[in-house]
Design a binder for this molecule. Structure first.
Ligand code: SF4
Length: 292
């Protein structure tokens, strides 16, 4: 029977009382609410996983610029550099940066991506999940478990805060994506329920107040490059949580703070392109060039 879970405290209680992982509770609830089997939920999740990997592969090969000409070749630049000189943090770090850029650049080319949770933040979770699964040989079953875990984190955040830059700034888009990514990777790395929720809280807490000020109103700058930054940010949260570092503010209260912060942010910094990066001298020149 479907359980009405709208807070992380409820999710935590349900997992502990039934001795289940987050993905087990989530997949059973999804199956029950959509009147389908758990196997169907997992098959659907696997299709999303496949689409994420397809976007990465396509994005890694393309050099097509976006309509504005501002973005589309950074993934290629980074690949070329790593071929010549390895990154300080090693191969998995290289892949996370490349995959996040590849996916985000596919988005600005209007290619097929998986919004997770939104198109602007679509590179964060696929990049960490794919790179880490490749380098640490996680099975398809484990990848699906991780993606369902991430989905449950995004779903519960969305109960309280609309996942849109126009409503709550980029903390709601890339911030939520980073929290989802932290949960997925913490699940993969053997984190327990508390550690997974801590990882998400730590990721989100450190992104509160992130503005949404896209140049020329396009989901290109700062969006594309924000994805690799926040993918790496989510891994920091995982390593802290797995080491026993706790968020002193529980995740439900972090979401309350995110909701309040979003409401207090000026509308000029919530996707309206009326302030911040969008009104810099260079941004205004871009806007004039693109739209006349
Ligand atoms: S800056 Fe705004 S448009 Fe760009 S990803 Fe963040 S929320 Fe989305």
């Amino acid at each position: 029977m479907e359980m009405n879970i709208n807070t992380f405290e409820q999710l935590h209680c349900e997992c502990i009382s039934k001795n289940k992982a987050i993905y087990e509770v989530a997949q059973e609830n999804m199956a029950s609410s959509a009147d389908i089997s758990v196997d169907e939920v997992r098959a659907f999740t696997n299709r999303s996983l496949f689409a994420m990997k397809e976007a990465i592969q396509t994005g890694m090969l393309s050099r097509e610029l976006s309509m504005s000409g501002m973005c589309g070749q950074d993934c290629h630049r980074v690949q070329k550099r790593f071929e010549a000189e390895p990154a300080i943090f090693g191969k998995t770090f290289e892949k996370i940066i490349e995959y996040a850029l590849a996916t985000s650049e596919e988005n600005i080319r209007m290619g097929k991506i998986v919004a997770c949770p939104t198109a602007g933040s679509c590179g964060i979770l696929p990049a960490t999940l794919t790179a880490i699964c490749e380098d640490f040989n996680y099975s398809e079953r484990e990848q699906i478990n991780a993606l369902i875990t991430a989905g449950e984190i995004g779903r519960i955040i969305s109960v309280k805060v609309a996942l849109a830059g126009a409503v709550a700034g980029c903390q709601a888009e890339c911030g939520t994506a980073s929290a989802m990514s932290a949960a997925a990777i913490c699940q993969l790395r053997g984190g327990n329920v508390s550690q997974i929720l801590n990882a998400s809280a730590l990721a989100l807490k450190n992104l509160l107040g992130l503005t949404c000020d896209p140049v020329a109103g396009l989901v290109e700058v700062p969006c594309v490059k924000r994805n690799p930054f926040l993918a790496i940010h989510s891994i920091t949260a995982v390593e802290l949580a797995l080491s026993g570092v706790e968020s002193k503010i529980p995740i439900d209260e972090v979401i309350d703070a995110m909701e309040q912060t979003g409401a207090l942010m000026s509308p000029t910094l919530k996707e309206s392109s009326q302030a911040g990066l969008a009104t810099t001298k260079t941004a205004l020149e871009v806007q004039k060039r693109v739209f006349g």
